[in-house]
Write a protein that binds this ligand. Structure first.
Ligand code: NDP
Ligand code: NHF
Length: 317
């Protein structure tokens, strides 16, 4: 298993299992199968609405001695409805209860966005608070307390750009240790990756395969999805790998962790085996040239015709 390393030498397995859209009745088997074949990193979030079922799978994995708790790296994320300092610990406790574990290895602030009144899915800009109402630093300082209490080993963020990271770096007691963002060859995020790596912030790529179960609806500028891209397919054929493995190996060569989601045993194995694939510099450079700054997760869920958080607010400000 390949790892990324935190400053205190704790290790993050470079390939983890994504769980967004892993449906009830499917995610239990996916998590158990993943652990059986060697996954040691599971990416969860309160908003994926499946942490209870993942907790059942973890309970089974521990009680049947498939794995010990300290051999697993579990990430979860604070949802946008619990950013106020008096809500952060309660949100984490719910996740711990659902996952049936005593601590989280990595807790991330999911988005730099704040909702009102514990709402899961705001319906208009009236359901939002601003970052002036609840500054990201307030949320961050409350997350630091979770580390001090031993409930969380590492804290980080997700969907943060350079200015928002710099603000935390300048004012936090514990610097962000992770930024989980969308990265794949159509959106290689070179500036953000360079900034994070220069500032000792590890990176995890979400949607590393192009979030294929959504991309039929959001193919955007491309006729073909990432997994259907000619360059990726040609390289895969040449090195006797699959397109998914080429996409994952490209990230690993950049020292970026990946969390491909699957609920199928054959794909779980295929994705995990990507860690043994080494891309030549020539193939790596060719994949780098595919970047067109195209996001699959556009970040406009809470824009509400420009009255809420626009993509510009999230990605640029
Ligand atoms: N922090 C954040 O804001 C976000 C975090 N995430 C995290 O990142 C994870 C990964 O992103 P996600 O959006 O799920 O998208 P991925 O890029 O991981 O793609 C998942 C899709 O690819 C399919 N797939 C998996 N393996 C293969 C394979 N080897 N060959 C062909 N198809 C394959 C899956 O289908 P099937 O299951 O049927 O095999 C599914 O349809 C999420 O699950 C979540 O944990 C995602 C989005 C945002
Ligand atoms: O991680 C993610 C997937 O689910 C959420 C929506 O339900 C997204 O906001 C987020 O990016």
């Amino acid at each position: 298993m390949k790892y990324l390393q935190f400053n205190n030498q704790d290790k993050l397995p470079i390939i983890g299992l994504g769980t967004w859209k892993s449906a009830p009745g499917e995610v239990y088997n996916a998590v158990l199968e993943a652990i059986k074949i060697g996954y040691r990193h599971i990416d969860c979030a309160f908003i994926y609405r499946n942490e209870k079922e993942i907790g059942d799978a973890l309970e089974e994995a521990f009680s049947s001695n498939l794995v010990q708790r300290n051999e697993l790296f579990i990430t979860s994320k604070l949802w946008n409805n619990s950013h106020e300092s008096d809500k952060v610990e309660g949100a984490l406790l719910t996740t711990l209860k659902d996952l049936k574990i005593e601590y989280i290895d990595l807790y991330l602030m999911h988005w730099p966005v704040v909702f009102k009144n514990n709402l899961l899915d705001p319906e208009s800009s009236n359901d939002l608070l601003t970052l002036e109402d609840v500054p990201l630093l307030e949320t961050w300082l409350a997350m630091e307390k979770l580390v001090n209490k031993g409930l969380v080993k590492h804290i980080g963020v997700s969907n943060f750009n350079i200015p928002k990271l710099q603000n935390l770096i300048d004012h936090a007691n514990i610097k962000p240790e992770m930024n989980q963002v969308e990265i794949h060859p159509f959106h290689s995020q070179t500036d953000l990756v360079d900034f994070c790596q220069a500032n000792d912030i590890l990176m995890t790529a979400y949607a590393p395969l192009g979030s294929n179960d959504r991309s039929a609806a959001i193919k955007g500028k491309n006729e073909k999805s990432l997994l259907e891209n000619d360059t990726i397919i040609n390289i895969a054929q040449k090195i006797k790998a699959t397109p998914a493995q080429v996409l994952l190996a490209w990230q690993i060569k950049r020292n970026i962790a990946v969390i491909p989601k699957s609920v199928h045993a054959n794909r779980l194995k295929e994705n995990l085996n990507a860690q043994s694939i080494i891309l030549s510099q020539e193939d790596f450079d060719e994949i780098n040239s595919l970047n067109i700054n195209e996001r699959y997760i556009h970040g406009e869920f809470w824009s509400f015709e420009g009255k809420g958080y626009t993509a510009d607010d999230i990605w640029n400000k």
